[in-house]
Design a protein around this ligand. Structure first.
Ligand code: ADP
Length: 163
């Protein structure tokens, strides 16, 4: 049985992430989406909120689980019993960092491989950061995130403005 983890911040999940999740779960038997609990990155949504949103938008997929994690990625892979880490590559700018990470992780844990899926062209420009920027200025984000995520983003922005 092939089990994989797909780690990231998912702050919040976009159609680009969902595309990688859907394609990955056709390749592997079980996919665990690992939601990074790292306050140093100053996420807009708490890890609990990000996990909840991911659960909502993947509820139609029967071989996907969502779990928070902190600390070393290879440690999370060991704990989960995953032999594979999946990452998405959008552009050449992602490449150098991802290469370094995958080689480091392989040194730390030779039993775990990293596999890259290249983005679908229609999502190659898409990132959580740009979605948050557009939402902050009240722009239309319906092409970038599922409706429920758009609603959560609007509420979060409203709450932030009233602080
Ligand atoms: P991180 O902080 O780990 O980069 P992200 O949540 O931004 O976390 O991304 C998680 C993973 O999803 C990364 O491998 C990233 O390259 C990939 N990813 C993000 N956006 C897209 C997209 N539009 N198309 C394909 N892959 C993407």
């Amino acid at each position: 049985m092939l089990k994989a983890i797909y780690p990231g911040s998912f702050d919040p999940v976009t159609y680009g992430h969902l595309d990688i999740i859907r394609r990955s779960c056709k390749i592997v038997d079980e996919l665990v989406v690992g939601v990074l609990n790292n306050n140093a990155k100053m996420p807009l949504f708490s890890v609990e909120e990000r996990v909840k949103m991911l659960k909502e938008v993947t509820k139609d997929l029967n071989n996907v689980a969502i779990a928070p994690f902190g600390g070393l990625l290879v440690e999370f892979a060991r704990e989960t019993g995953a032999a594979l880490i999946i990452r998405g590559l959008r552009a050449i700018t992602d490449f150098e960092y991802e290469l370094q990470m995958s080689q480091t992780n392989h040194k730390l844990e030779p039993g775990v491989e990293t596999m890259f899926l290249t983005t679908s062209i229609e999502y190659s420009y898409l990132s959580s950061t740009t979605v948050k920027e557009i939402a902050a200025f009240g722009g239309d984000i319906s092409q970038f995130v599922p409706e429920v995520i758009g609603k959560e983003l609007k509420e979060k922005m409203k709450a932030k403005r009233s602080v």
